[in-house]
Design a protein around this ligand. Sequence first.
Ligand code: ADP
Ligand code: MG
Length: 398
Amino acid sequence: MKKSIADLGPLQGKRVIIRVDFNVPLKNGEVQDDYRIRSSIPTIRKVIDQGGRAILISHLGRPKGERDASLSLAPVAARLEDLLQRPVTFVADTIGDEAQKAVTSIIDGEVLVLENLRFDAREKSNDPEFADALAALGDVFVSDAFGTCHRAHASVCGLPARLPSAAGDVILKEIEELSPLLKDPPRPYVMVLGGAKLSTKIPLLKNMLGKVDAILVGGGMAYTLLKAQGRKVGTSRVDDTMIETAQEILEELRNKSREGGTTMILPVDNVCAKGIDDVSGFVVSPGDLPDDRMGLDVGPETLAKFVAVLRKAKTVFWNGPLGVFENPPFHLGTEYIATYLAHRNEITRTIVGGGDSAAAARQLGIADRMAHISTGGGASMEFLEGQSLPGLDALPEK
Ligand code: ADP
Ligand code: MG
C-alpha cells in the first residue's frame, strides 16, 4: 500500500504541494469537461479541511516548454473555485519570484494554483534544478495526477525524491480498481476491446490474453483481425503492417480456447458506409464487407453475441469504443453495450479505461453507474499492459 495523506501527519500550517491532473479540454478559454477537476476535489479537501495550505500544480496541453497564453491554467483555477465554493488564488508563474511570494502569503486552508508546469521545458526533462525549485515551494508532497504517472517528469518523480510524499485519493482509487484486473477478479471476467488501431492495443491484448475468460472485439481494430482471418473487410481501416502479429494473436487464442481459457469474439456483422461521414448511406452487412464500404460499427448480430457473454460476466474491463461513436448512428453499438452494462451494474462490475471510452461513457450519461472510470488514458493502458509506472514507483510504501 502506498502512503496516503493521513500518513503525512498533521497538515495544519503546512505548505502541501499537490500534483493534480488539470489537463482538461479547453475551447476559447473555457473548460469543456471538468471531470478531472472534480476528481481532484476529495484530495484537495482532505488537505485544506485540516488547515493545510494547498499549492496545486499541473500541466495542461502541450505548450512545448514555452509560455502559451491559450494553455494557461487560469480558467481551470476559476472552475475549481466554483466547484470548491472557496476562494482559489491563481498566479501566472510556476517557480519564479511571483510563485515564491504567493506560497509564503497563503494562509491555512487556502488554495493556490500555479501556472502550467510545461511552460518550462525542464518539467518534462525531469531537470534536477527545476525539481529543486518546485520542492522549495512546499513542505510535503501529494501526488494525485494518475494520468501522468507513466511519465518520469519533475513534478511526478522529482518531487517525491525531495519531499515527504503520499498518494492522493485519485491515485489510490486507480490502484485499488485497476490492480485486481491484472490478477483474478470475480469471474467470468470479460474484456470489451474496441478503438481505432490494433497496433496501440497489442501490448494490452497480449497481457490480458491469459487473464480474461473472453474478449469481445469491435472498433476499427477488429478489421485488422478479420483480415488476418482471411475475411473481406472492404475499405475498413486496416493496419497492414499488423497482419502477421494479428495472426500470431489469433493462433495463441486458438490454443488458449482449446485449453478452456480465453475465447475471442470478433464482429459477425458490421454497420458499414462509404466513409466516416456517410451517416445516411449505411448498410448492415453480415459476414464479409462490400468492397466499397468501410466498417464503422458492430452490427446487431454481433451485439447479441456480445450480450450473451456479458450477461454472465461478474467483471468487465472495457477499453475502446466499438464504433465511430462521435458520428451517429455509428455510436449505437457503443451505446448499446455501455447502456447494457450500466443497467446491470449490480451484477457486473464494469471498469472503463481509455480516454475516448471514458468520454463515451460520460457522453452517454452512464458514467456514475460504472464501477470505475479511469482518469488516466495512457497511464491506465500502461498499467494494464503490465508495465511499471515511474510516477507510482516514486511514491513511498506504508
Ligand atoms: P480509447 O481512447 O478509449 O483507448 P481509442 O483511442 O483506441 O480509444 O479509439 C477511439 C477511436 O476509435 C474513436 O475516435 C473512434 O471513432 C475510433 N473508431 C472506433 N471504431 C472505428 C472504426 N470502425 N473505424 C474507424 N475508427 C473507429
Ligand atoms: Mg484514445
